[in-house]
Design a protein around this ligand. Structure first.
Ligand SMILES: [Zn+2]
Length: 260
């Protein structure tokens, strides 16, 4: 019954799309300007569903506003625009700090001593838990659509990766790409990236991509949507991998529709 009601509500929200005010916030995101009109309309409906179903919480003194919710939701939905998906069903809450936030990790060493380390973060994706974002980074990432840096894309790419319960850089794959060597090609692309980095060859992806395959997938996702033409020209195999996974071709319609 619950699924029936949820499906019914979703259909309504997809049809209605965003309010006029919320709709205006989308113009803040140049990455959406190149979307074909039909895709843009569908994305607006999906953004509405996301806004209705997720809980946004301001942290560290941030007062939650519609602009914050829309800017984050629209970017998160762009990733799943053409995927068979359930609106990141394991993400119920998005926590938003005004800026860089501190995260502490505590662990016990083999000798029994408990250590704690704090790091300053722009974003986090917790397995089975919330996405945490720094608003200034989420906003600037959306505003600068051609620097290959986008915290919202990065963290929600992690959430796609985590859908099968393992954070290994390989999100659940549809049957058609599961059987065409996608996984093997992905790890080959990661190894090539490590080799390029080691030998000082020019690279498009931020060096953070080298940390582990999961970071490679998340960082490559940022470039796929923000530097699509450059990625296609310089790393055609990596572009093709992401094009097949996301079922989108952002380089194919770059500059065709929008104002930027
Ligand atoms: Zn990451």
């Amino acid at each position: 019954m619950f699924h029936f009601l949820r499906g019914f509500r979703r259909k309504r929200f997809l049809r209605e799309g965003l309010s006029e005010e919320s709709h205006a916030w989308l113009d803040y995101l140049p990455v959406l300007h190149d979307l074909p009109p039909g895709d843009r309309k569908r994305l607006e409906g999906m953004t509405r569903v996301f806004l209705e179903e997720k809980h946004f919480e301001g942290c560290g003194g941030l007062e939650m506003r519609d602009k914050i919710k829309v800017v984050i939701a629209a970017q998160a939905c762009l990733l799943v625009l053409n995927l068979h998906h359930d609106f990141y069903h394991r993400v119920r809450t998005i926590l938003v700090y005004p800026t860089t936030f501190k995260h502490g990790t505590t662990w016990r060493r083999p000798d029994g001593v408990v250590e704690r380390r704090e790091s300053a973060n722009l974003g986090e994706a917790w397995p089975g838990g919330p996405v945490v974002l720094a608003w200034d980074s989420a906003y600037q990432g959306g505003r600068n659509a051609d620097d290959g840096q986008n915290t919202v894309f990065h963290e929600f790419a992690h959430k796609l990766d985590m859908l099968d319960g393992i954070t290994d850089g390989i999100p659940p794959l549809s049957d058609d790409i599961k059987n065409d060597g996608w996984r093997e090609e992905f790890f080959a692309a990661y190894e090539k990236y490590l080799s390029d980095l080691k030998h000082g060859r020019p690279r498009l992806l931020d060096p953070y991509a080298a940390t582990e395959p999961a970071e490679f997938f998340a960082t490559a996702t940022e470039c796929f949507f923000e530097l699509s033409v450059q990625l296609q020209q310089r790393e055609p195999q990596l572009y093709s991998l992401l094009e097949r996974f996301y079922r989108q071709d952002p380089a194919g319609h770059a500059g065709h529709y929008g104002t930027s």
